[in-house]
Write a protein that binds this ligand. Structure first.
Ligand SMILES: [Zn+2]
Length: 489
């Protein structure tokens, strides 16, 4: 069971995976972006998504087709791939979004799954109950139980080769999200969307989003592909990938375009505020903002949507490359410097360093220390855990200077480094000369861990001007000396 998703590489909880979509006879590499296609209004034709942007998979709404006077018969007759003119994998949503917006819909899970199968969808979705953020625990629990009933009902529907998603609800109650994930994973359904998080993303509540996704991840096995339902803005793709999201759908490329909004990995710009396009895509190379402003409405929407897609697909490739190289944290940290809301999300992500460490590779290419947030990365955690298990001499000299024969190096933000580990990741980290206090404090924490694990060892810290405020955190029995020219001083 669940052989359709395989993880190839990890970085933190971020991963490159392969999702087999049997009905489409496709393997989709993740993290993947699924452009949302409105069957009635195609800002960018699905064929162009495939040929120009390299989309392997898209998502459209089966509920809209089901209730459409002009498209229902054609889609039943031709099938969804022919109707949209798209040969990749097609995922279909069920109308849950409409349920959240309008309070009621007129199909149930069995009917919509049968319809999705009939129109040739490759990944179908049952009708779950999308519980918004911040509702009472009682409401969230009651609705989550009803969602779970529908997932169990979906299990009994004959869906053939079509994969079926199992949305995870639970609002902003983290224990419920985790429980919902565990129960969803207990079914034999295939794909796990994190549901009803669009309000969090619309309000840039990325810290809450990270809490919700991290909770859901704790309830899921590693072979569960996770879909962030309604993820639209490329500025948060790297953050969401780092907490373990594999599939992202985006309606934002088209919705924002219709509003004259221009997506960047650092946030959103309004076309009328731009004098120059800060981008290398064909649209931005071949046009100026003024030209786009004066273009006709349809042309402007299409061009802006194409730019928005270029940025979104480009960021997705960058994320995959970062995971492959092992520098996804550096990418997220860079994105966090582009927008304060992403910074909040990144700092929340680092609250889960223990959880991320479970899948974070022991060895990577390099560790770049980029800000005080780097001091909280899982690699620092892991080194501190390792310090508890190392053999130490009876007398230990920890120094930022030359170690001599029997000393250990002292390296912010990691702390004590035995000679045998000196050339091993992450202790080969690239650090700025002008370190922040967080780096020293994390190193001091490392010394404290070592001192606690070895109560009989006498320890001396010899430092070159470390801040007193950080040194004050050392256990009292550790001797502190400013470093002169010689260790004897
Ligand atoms: Zn562009």
């Amino acid at each position: 069971m669940r052989e359709q998703f395989e993880v190839r590489d990890y970085d933190g909880a971020g991963r490159i995976g392969e999702l087999q979509v049997p009905r489409a006879d496709r393997t989709v590499e993740t993290p993947a972006l699924l452009p949302v296609v409105n069957p009635h209004v195609q800002t960018v034709p699905p064929k162009t998504l495939e040929t120009t942007f390299g989309a392997d998979i898209l998502i459209t709404n089966s509920y809209v087709l089901h209730g459409s006077a002009d498209l229902r018969e054609p889609v039943l007759k031709q099938g969804i791939h022919e109707l949209l003119d798209f040969s990749g994998a097609i995922m279909t949503d069920s109308g849950s979004f409409q349920l959240a917006e309008y309070g009621k819909i007129d199909v149930d899970t069995e009917e919509i799954l049968a319809f999705q199968r009939e129109i040739g969808s490759d990944i179908g979705t049952p009708v779950d109950i999308p519980t918004p953020p911040d509702v009472s625990r009682e409401q969230a629990a009651e609705e989550q139980a009803r969602t779970q009933e529908r997932l169990e009902l979906a299990e009994t529907v004959d869906t053939g080769e079509m994969l079926v998603s199992a949305p995870i609800q639970g609002s902003t109650h983290l224990d419920l999200r985790e429980q919902a994930a565990r129960e969803a994973y207990g079914t034999d359904l295939d794909l796990f969307p994190i549901g009803a998080v669009v309000p969090l993303m619309n309000e840039y509540r990325f810290a809450d989003l990270v809490d919700v996704v991290a909770a859901a991840k704790r309830g899921l096995g590693e072979n569960a592909p996770v879909h962030l339902f309604g993820a639209g803005h490329p500025m948060m793709f790297a953050l969401a990938a780092a907490v373990g999201c594999d599939l992202f759908d985006s309606a934002a490329y088209a919705l924002y375009a219709r509003d004259g909004r221009y997506l960047t990995v650092r946030g959103t710009e309004h076309l009328e505020d731009l004098d120059y396009f800060p981008c290398e895509c064909p649209v931005c190379r071949e046009h100026t903002p003024a030209e786009l402003e004066s273009a006709g409405k349809t042309e402007r929407h299409r061009l802006l949507a194409e730019h928005n897609l270029s940025v979104s697909f480009g960021e997705m490739r960058r994320i995959r490359q970062a995971i492959r190289r092992g520098n996804l944290f550096e990418l997220v940290e860079t994105r966090a410097r582009g927008h304060p809301a992403v910074l909040d999300g990144y700092r929340t992500l680092l609250d889960y360093a223990d959880q991320l460490e479970e899948t974070d590779p022991v060895s990577k290419d390099a560790f770049f220390y980029l800000s005080e947030d780097s001091a909280r990365r899982p690699a620092v955690n892991r080194h501190h855990d390792r310090l508890e298990r190392l053999d130490v001499p009876d007398e230990l000299w920890l120094t930022t200077g030359s170690t001599g024969d029997d000393g250990w190096r002292l390296v912010p933000p990691f702390g004590p480094v035995p000679p045998a580990l000196s050339d091993v990741y992450p202790l080969t980290a690239e650090l700025p000369d002008r370190l922040d206090e967080a780096a020293y404090r994390a190193a001091v924490d490392g010394v404290s861990v070592l001192a606690e694990a070895n109560p009989d060892t006498s320890m001396t810290v010899a430092h070159d001007g470390w801040p007193e405020t950080a040194l004050a955190e050392l256990p009292e029995r550790v001797t502190v000396r400013p470093l002169g020219g010689h260790r004897e001083e």
